[in-house]
Ligand binder design. Structure first.
Ligand code: ZN
Length: 172
């Protein structure tokens, strides 16, 4: 069963983006092309187009400008996954070149990939077999700091407290 990720970021961000437009649902390559045209992105063979993405409760991919907050892209709702996505068209067909689960607003686990894969296959669009960079998030049980685990070191970067091996980012 799919895990729902509730927003776990700061309340200031949640409130500051309350009026921002929701992400664009991408259900076909032509929809993606429309979004790219609308946002005036001009890729070339050497570049890629970056966007913020979430997988919404229906399992669809929604994208927004790269600098958008994930909570705005999600329209304030929980998500099945979230992160950054990079599209390219080097071989004249659109494909996903890079994709990560980097979202400090939702802190999705690498295991949420299968939801992402399904949303991309619905379009359908060529994609990698997993997140090209995986982020592991944990909240410090002592000081509540949200940490990104680096080199498998489960220690809080602020207070040095050991971090749990199970996901706990919704544990404020
Ligand atoms: Zn700490």
């Amino acid at each position: 069963m799919a895990k729902l990720y509730q927003y776990v970021g700061s309340n200031e961000i949640r409130l500051s983006v309350a009026d921002f437009p929701i992400g664009t649902r991408i259900d076909s390559v032509s929809q993606l092309e429309k979004w790219i045209a609308k946002t005036s992105r001009k890729p070339n063979i050497f570049s890629s187009i970056a966007a913020t993405f979430v997988v919404d409760l229906k399992g669809d991919l929604c994208i927004a400008d790269r600098h958008s907050e994930h909570i705005a892209c999600a329209g304030g709702f929980p998500v099945l996954s979230a992160g950054e996505i990079f599209f390219g068209s080097g071989n004249r067909v659109w494909e996903v070149l890079e994709i990560t689960n980097q979202s400090t607003g939702f802190c999705p686990e690498p295991e949420s990939w299968f939801q992402v894969a399904e949303s991309l296959d619905r379009i359908p669009i060529y994609r990698p077999d997993k997140f090209t960079i995986e982020f592991v998030f944990r909240r410090c049980p002592a000081c509540r700091q949200l940490n990104i685990i680096k080199e498998n070191l489960f220690v809080c970067s602020v207070c040095n407290t050991d971090l749990p091996h199970l996901w706990n980012c919704d544990n404020f």
